[in-house]
Ligand binder design. Structure first.
Ligand SMILES: *Cc1c(COP(=O)(O)O)cnc(C)c1O
Length: 452
């Protein structure tokens, strides 16, 4: 425990834990094992976990468990701790705010930090049109509100989401989410007036961006009709669906069609936002300007906050009192977000995301050249994935993927899987991870793959 008690803040954020992979027990060790037994008895079975450990400290690129193991973190708590854990600016802002006041409810007694977060989001999100924002607690809640706003603005009801899309676990967002297991099975009935269009998935559909867009638009026109359609919602790079990067021109064609047909284009940048893809937002990379954008995950250095930001005339469609929530835009989360956004803008993190991406893609492509079970390596910035396939048939290989991921965790490297077919390992390390640790993490993945 001494290593944990003596931690201090570092310029890169997070406690100055030794940046090393260190296994002193098998995973899970005895202390973690004890907590997992209590979890099984006390926590609903539906709440799963990836790494069987009891986390007690985290920073830079490591998570330390109760048994003294230090694991390399290649998941950032699902793209949240891009700034590392406990970035000093975030810690300072949170400590100051918690001592000042914890809550008034912005809808009862407004405070400055909420307005400042809205101003910052209006400034940094794509497009130089006049924008407004509203703040919420979670990504799913932001998506729900983006749909509410789009319906109110267009006076239409239908919403199109895409194959492989993930938008959350609440009722409306389950309907938007594509994958049944584990997100939807047994949880219906789902919200109505949700339709699904085919995505551009270059590795599997072989279509160019414009071809894939033509196919999607034809289905939307024939099966839904622009006259009924309030919004199209899409992740510019799909997250849970497998880090699928659409072919060039796909998103642009969909945006153009939406604009010509009075349909609100919503970019769900909850996973891709805040420097993750090597741009402040993935939309910037593709040269698209969404009407509305949803953000969460990386927004506030680990504190729960989410937002909808977009064209002022659309955002203002909802009547007063129609949007909000008790905790939405909590002052502590807002203080954290302001500190986080400042860090993203001033600490070279966009450049760092691109460096991390170059290392990941370079190493994974080298592995792919020697191992045909890696069917595809793709992504942008520090959001990179490897898709695993049967080397003879090209079919998705979920068993291999899960075996590799489990072996990595047992060896002290936390990796996350994803993908409709469960055959993708996604790499989204904290941007504060040292290069050496990133290389070591990939070495472990390579060894696990060779042994599988
Ligand atoms: C995680 C995620 C959500 C849901 O966010 P929560 O905060 O878990 O509700 C929605 N959309 C995308 C793209 C996500 O990655």
């Amino acid at each position: 425990m001494t290593a944990i008690e003596t931690v201090t803040a570092t310029p890169l954020g997070g406690p100055s834990l030794p940046q090393e992979r260190r296994l002193v027990t098998s995973i899970p060790g005895p202390r973690s094992h004890e907590l997992l037994a209590r979890k099984a008895a006390a926590v609903a079975a539906g709440v799963g976990h990836t790494a069987p450990i009891e986390a007690v400290a985290a920073g830079g690129g490591v998570i330390v468990d109760a048994d003294g193991n230090s694991l390399i973190d290649l998941g950032s708590g699902i793209a949240v701790t891009s700034l590392g854990n406990a970035h000093p600016k975030v810690v300072e802002a949170v400590q100051a705010q918690v001592a000042q006041f914890t809550h008034t409810c912005f809808m009862v007694s407004p405070y400055e930090s909420y307005v400042a977060v809205a101003e910052a989001l209006n400034r940094i999100t794509p497009g130089d049109h006049v924008k407004k924002s509203a703040l919420f607690n979670s990504g799913a809640e932001a998506v729900e509100n983006a749909i509410k706003i789009a319906r109110k603005h267009t006076k239409k009801q239908a919403v199109v989401a895409f194959d492989h899309g993930y938008h959350g676990r609440t009722n409306l967002t389950m309907a938007l989410t594509a994958k049944a297991m584990p997100y939807k099975s047994g949880f219906g009935p789902f919200a109505s007036e949700i339709y699904r269009a085919p995505l551009s998935y270059p590795y599997r559909d072989g279509l160019t961006g414009p071809e894939a867009a033509k196919k999607a638009i034809s289905i939307i026109e024939k099966q839904v009709g622009a006259d009924n359609l309030a919004a199209v919602i899409i992740e510019p790079i799909q997250g849970e669906g497998g880090f699928i990067v659409p072919a060039d021109g796909f998103l642009n064609a969909i945006v153009d069609w939406c604009r010509a047909n009075d349909v609100v284009f919503i970019a769900d940048e909850i996973q891709t936002g805040f420097a993750r893809t090597g741009a402040m937002f993935a939309s910037d990379r593709f040269g698209i300007v969404p009407d509305l954008i949803t953000t969460a995950k990386g927004i506030a250095g680990g504190l729960p906050l989410a937002a909808v930001t977009g064209r002022a005339e659309i955002m203002d469609a909802a009547h007063t009192g129609g949007l909000g929530g008790t905790y939405g835009g909590n002052p502590i989360a807002c203080a954290a977000a302001l500190a986080a956004i400042e860090a993203f803008e001033t600490e070279g993190l966009i450049e760092r995301a691109n460096e991390v991406g170059e290392i990941l893609v370079g190493r994974l492509r080298d592995l792919q050249a020697q191992d045909p079970r890696i069917g595809d390596v793709r992504g942008h910035g520090a959001m990179i994935a490897a898709e695993f396939v049967d080397s003879t048939t090209g079919e998705p290989d979920a068993a291999l993927t899960s075996a590799v991921a489990k072996a990595c965790i047992a060896q002290g490297v936390i990796v996350l899987t994803c993908g409709t077919y469960g055959n993708v390992i996604r790499f989204l390390p904290p941007l504060t991870i040292p290069d050496a640790l990133l290389h070591e993490g990939i070495d472990v993945v390579a060894a696990a793959l060779a042994a599988a």
